[in-house]
Design a binder for this molecule. Structure first.
Ligand SMILES: NC(=O)c1ccc[n+]([C@@H]2O[C@H](COP(=O)([O-])OP(=O)(O)OC[C@H]3O[C@@H](n4cnc5c(N)ncnc54)[C@H](OP(=O)(O)O)[C@@H]3O)[C@@H](O)[C@H]2O)c1
Length: 292
């Protein structure tokens, strides 16, 4: 892409947005937008604020991400995750911007046993998943041609509530942790996803849906074991001496989760010639970044 492109980062105070801000190339002129000044559910406001800014690229990190909260706040979930992305797509169309929108593995049922391809049938099993799928459809039906819908999974990164930080906190407090071992997925470090976004934007990749997560896969239990191991290697306080695998059925949440949500990244790899880093290596990068 050319020098000095205007980039509107929506949901700029969230976790993924921090990863994007950490690595955004100097050639981008960054405009940060988030609540309370910018609300993606307000169609008029989205258009009237985006038009004069006239960004070249809009990256939408805004979402209602509380998966269990979506079950009790359904209207909010569909408004933010379902309708908001459509309003951003209309604004992108009006100013000729590329829209990068972040979606999720939760658009799938999790019934598959081999990595999900971009055109596999969707079938969300939660309100969050259904609302995020509606967001994808809102973009697809907007008439916008220049969009990237990037589905990712199990995100963690700096300054965010995430699984890694939860396990680190609990591992410092408790002797025993129980973690579900019958959900399989791919943890994804926000900075790796952020890098992939700029790789895609800088490549001649076709617009469309792409799957992006770190390579390799694990259960939440295996992820927790690795987090505790790396915490020890990093001399962080670790009290825990037993991490016990449990079944999802033994630890019910309000929202159902897909049992399997590993992605094939072949489409991204073929489009860009790049590979996403392996999840264990990326976790090491995260531990290194936390020390700074
Ligand atoms: N976290 C994961 O494990 C995960 C996995 C797969 C996909 N994703 C997707 O990745 C993206 C980024 O997730 P994240 O974890 O970085 O989310 P996050 O930390 O919750 O950040 C979302 C940001 O959006 C803002 N926001 C909420 N409603 C808004 C609205 N109506 N208008 C404007 N901004 C609004 C939030 O503000 P407030 O905090 O004030 O509400 C927050 O700053 C989301 O699309 C999410 O669905 C996440």
């Amino acid at each position: 892409m050319n020098a000095s492109l205007k980039l509107a980062l929506i949901g700029a105070n969230g976790m993924l947005a921090q990863g994007i801000k950490a690595i955004v190339p100097a050639s981008f002129d960054l405009i940060e937008l988030d609540l309370p000044d910018f609300d993606i559910t307000r169609q008029d406001q989205v258009m009237s604020m985006i038009k004069p800014l006239a960004p070249d690229v809009i990256i939408n990190c805004a979402a209602y991400t509380h998966v269990d909260g979506c079950e009790t706040h359904e209207a909010l979930a569909f408004s933010v995750n379902g309708e908001g992305p459509g309003y951003l797509a209309q604004a992108a169309l009006a100013v000729g911007a590329v829209l990068v929108h972040i979606s999720t593995d939760y658009v799938f049922s999790g019934d598959k046993t081999e990595p999900y391809l971009e055109d596999d049938p969707t079938g969300p099993v939660s309100t969050y998943g259904r609302s995020k799928l509606m967001g994808e459809k809102s973009i697809l039906s907007s008439g916008l041609l220049h969009y990237f819908i990037l589905r990712t999974s199990w995100l963690y990164g700096m300054r965010g509530k995430n699984f890694v930080e939860t396990i680190l906190r609990l591992a410092a407090e408790r002797e025993e942790l129980r973690v579900v071992s019958d959900q399989q997925g791919s943890p994804t470090y926000t900075e790796d996803l952020a890098n992939a976004i700029f790789v895609l934007l800088g490549s001649k990749s076709q617009p469309g849906v792409y799957h992006l997560s770190n390579t390799g896969s694990c259960s939440w239990y295996e992820f927790a074991v690795e987090i505790v191991q790396q915490a020890r290697e990093n001399q962080l306080p670790v009290k825990v001496d037993r991490v016990i695998p449990i079944r999802t059925a033994d630890y019910p949440f309000p929202a159902k989760r897909p049992a399997y949500s590993v992605f094939s990244k072949q489409k991204y790899e073929q489009a860009t010639g790049q590979k996403m880093p392996a999840w264990r290596e990326s976790l090491k990068q995260y531990f290194a970044a936390r020390k700074k």
